[in-house]
Design a protein around this ligand. Structure first.
Ligand code: HEC
Ligand code: HEC
Ligand code: HEC
Ligand code: HEC
Ligand code: HEC
Length: 190
C-alpha cells in the first residue's frame, strides 16, 4: 500500500499530482472526509461474492476515489451540469495509465481497449424505470448540500460498485419530504 503511494508520486510525477490536487481542491466535502480517514485500499481483493455486477475491467473506486482521493467529478463531471452523471471515456483513464500500473493485468486490459480504439462496455449498476425523471445536477447543486454518498453510499470504499439505496418511490419521497423538495407527481413522472 505504501508501494502504491510512492508509485503514484514517482510514475505520475508533478503533472498528475497537480491534476489530483486541482481536482480535490474543487471543494468537495467527500474529498476532505477521505483525507481525514487516511483510507487504504486492500492490495488483494477476493472478488468472489462481492456485491454488484462484475465489470469488463476490475476498475476499483476504493483505489482511485478512496486511497488516491480522486474527486468523483474528475470522472463523473456531468453530474453537475446534466441529468446524467455519465461515465469517463478510455482517454480519461489513459491520462495516467499510459504510465501507471503497467504490470497489472487489469490495466493491460485497459490498454488493449485503448490500442484497439474500443469503448469499454461497463455494466449498468443503476437504472430507473423510463417513466421516472431523475436530474443529477438539480440534486448535486442543491443548497441542501447533498453528497454523492447520500444516495450511493461509501463508493470510495467499494472495490466493485453496487446499488446502495432501494431507488424505490418511497425512498425518493422520504428525502423530498425531509428536505422540503417537491413531492408533486409530475416532478418525477413524465
Ligand atoms: C477515475 C475515474 C472515476 C472516479 C474518480 C470515480 N468513478 Fe465512479 N465510475 C467510474 C467508472 C469507470 C465506472 C463504471 C464501472 C463501475 O461501475 O465500476 C463508475 C461507476 C460509478 C457508479 C455506478 C454507475 C452505474 O452504472 O450505475 C457510481 C454510482 C459511481 N461511479 C459513483 C462515483 C462516486 C460517488 C465517486 C467518488 C467517490 C466516483 N464514482 C469516482 C470511474 C470513476
Ligand atoms: C489520476 C491518475 C489515474 C486515473 C485518471 C486513473 N487511474 Fe487507474 N490507477 C492509477 C494509479 C496510480 C494506480 C496504481 C498503480 C499501481 O498500483 O501500480 C491505478 C490502478 C488501477 C488499476 C489496478 C487496481 C488494482 O490495484 O488492482 C486499474 C484496473 C485501473 N487503475 C484502471 C483505471 C481505469 C479503468 C481508469 C479510468 C476509468 C483509471 N484507472 C483512471 C491512477 C489513475
Ligand atoms: C439524490 C440522490 C443522488 C445523488 C445525490 C447522486 N446520485 Fe448518482 N444516481 C442516483 C440515481 C437515482 C441514479 C439512477 C439514475 C437513472 O437510472 O436514471 C444514479 C445514477 C448514477 C450513475 C450512473 C450513470 C447515470 O448517470 O445514470 C453515476 C455514474 C452516478 N449516479 C454518479 C453520481 C455522482 C458522482 C454523484 C455526486 C457528484 C451522484 N451520483 C449523486 C442518485 C443520486
Ligand atoms: C437525499 C435526498 C434526496 C433523494 C434520495 C432524492 N431527492 Fe430529488 N431532490 C432533493 C432535493 C433537496 C431537491 C431540490 C433541489 C433544489 O431545487 O434545490 C430535489 C429535486 C428533485 C427534482 C427537481 C424538482 C424540480 O423542482 O424541478 C426531481 C425531478 C427529483 N428531485 C427527483 C428525484 C427522484 C426521482 C428521486 C429518487 C429516484 C429523488 N429525487 C431522490 C433531494 C433528494
Ligand atoms: C420524488 C420522486 C417521485 C414522486 C414525487 C412521485 N414518484 Fe412515483 N415513482 C418514483 C420512482 C423512483 C418510481 C419507480 C419505483 C420502482 O421502480 O420501484 C415510481 C413509480 C411509480 C409508479 C409505478 C408503480 C410502481 O410502484 O412501480 C406509479 C403508478 C407512480 N410512481 C405514481 C406516482 C404518483 C401518483 C405520484 C404523486 C402522488 C408519484 N408517483 C410521485 C418517484 C416519484
Amino acid at each position: 500500500m505504501k508501494k502504491r503511494a510512492s508509485l503514484l508520486a514517482a510514475t505520475l510525477g508533478l503533472v498528475a499530482v497537480a491534476i489530483l490536487s486541482l481536482v480535490t481542491s474543487r471543494g468537495s466535502a467527500q474529498g476532505a472526509a477521505s483525507q481525514m480517514s487516511g483510507f487504504k485500499a486492500p492490495v488483494d481483493v477476493d472478488t468472489t461474492g462481492l456485491p454488484g455486477p462484475v465489470q469488463p475491467i476490475f476498475y476499483r473506486h476504493d483505489v482511485h476515489a478512496g486511497e488516491f482521493e480522486m474527486d468523483c467529478r474528475y470522472c463523473h463531471f456531468a453530474a453537475e451540469v446534466s441529468p446524467s452523471a455519465g461515465l469517463p471515456t478510455v482517454s480519461t483513464c489513459m491520462g495516467c495509465h499510459i504510465i501507471a500500473g503497467a504490470a497489472n493485468p487489469e490495466v493491460q486490459k485497459l490498454r488493449d481497449y485503448w490500442n484497439e480504439r474500443r469503448p469499454i462496455e461497463w455494466v449498468e449498476v443503476h437504472r430507473l424505470a423510463p417513466f421516472v425523471r431523475f436530474p443529477h445536477h438539480r440534486h448535486v447543486n442543491s443548497d441542501k448540500e447533498l453528497e454523492c454518498q447520500d444516495c450511493h453510499g461509501p463508493i470510495q470504499e467499494m472495490p466493485q460498485v453496487y446499488q446502495y439505496a432501494s431507488l424505490k418511490m418511497g425512498w425518493c419521497i422520504t428525502c423530498h419530504e425531509q428536505e422540503e423538495a417537491s413531492t408533486d407527481c409530475t416532478v418525477c413522472h413524465y
